[in-house]
Design a protein around this ligand. Structure first.
Ligand code: IPE
Ligand code: IPE
Ligand code: MG
Length: 243
């Protein structure tokens, strides 16, 4: 049974940082700092487990609604974390891509992103896709806009618009859709993460707050995934694979 052995692409919503800190009588930002440690830990574990693509949701298009002090802290934490992890990610063969709308970012953050993408572009052990100021709805609207522009300038026919074209424009080159979605922090929702790409993704929710997320939680999620039947709307054949 090849289809449901191990996930190739895992997407994680790293939620629960604020509550982790509040539970300890600390400012929420302390939870975000610990969240970076958990992210670093998961990158290592995913490399070890042979995961091809790890997607991490770091900041959503809706997270600007938070108090500006928290938003500012998160933006600065992104700059320092991206810069300080660059050498180790390169050494570990991790190619980093950042998705989301960079337009409102500071010059420092734009530079940090450009640097890490550039430095790691030849790495091929694992692909880390960081979603920053990303929203599934934003991405779908971006793709629709680019399709409209191509139709208007005559490079695309209306008849050529189909799901495959959206697939191509939506995903990063070389990546499959997430096989497994994991959300830490106890909430059971997507919060505007990959909406198009997760049409057939297996969903896994865990109460553990993100700073407490360890290898055993990932192993449990992968075990749950491996025990599921992915049918993609079809039926399973005698060999257990979709037919
Ligand atoms: C996730 O943790 C990190 C971001 C959204 C940036 P939260 O900050 O949402 O933590 P909770 O959900 O409030 O505990
Ligand atoms: C989702 O968490 C976004 C990230 C982890 C980056 P939120 O804490 O923003 O989601 P909601 O508000 O609980 O839906
Ligand atoms: Mg949250």
């Amino acid at each position: 049974m090849t289809i449901r052995d191990t996930p190739k692409h895992i997407a994680i919503v790293m939620d629960g940082n604020g509550r982790w800190a509040e539970k300890r009588g600390l400012n929420r930002v302390n939870g975000h700092k610990k969240g970076v440690d958990a992210a670093r830990r998961m990158v290592k574990v995913c490399i070890k487990k042979g995961i091809e693509t790890l997607s991490l949701f770091a900041f959503s298009t809706e997270n600007w609604r938070r108090p500006s002090s928290e938003v500012q802290f998160l933006m600065t934490l992104l700059v320092t974390s991206i810069n300080s992890e660059r050498a180790s990610l390169l050494e570990n063969g991790v190619r980093v891509s950042v998705i989301g709308d960079r337009e409102p970012f500071s010059l420092d953050l734009k530079k940090a992103i450009g640097n890490i993408e550039n430095t790691t572009r030849e790495c091929d052990r694992m692909h880390l896709v960081l979603a920053v100021n990303y929203g599934g709805k934003w991405e779908i609207a971006q793709v629709a806009k680019s399709i409209a522009e191509q139709v208007v300038d005559g490079s695309l026919l209306k008849e050529e618009i189909n799901e495959g074209l959206f697939d191509e424009l939506m995903k990063l080159p070389g990546d499959s859709s997430p096989d497994l979605f994991i959300r830490a922090g106890g909430e059971h929702r997507l919060s505007n993460y990959y909406l198009w790409q997760m049409a057939y993704t297996e969903l896994y929710f865990v109460d553990c707050l993100w700073p407490d997320f360890h290898e055993n939680h990932l192993t449990d999620a992968i075990t749950s995934y491996s025990n599921r039947q992915r049918r993609f709307g079809g039926l399973l054949g005698d060999d257990g694979d979709p037919c």
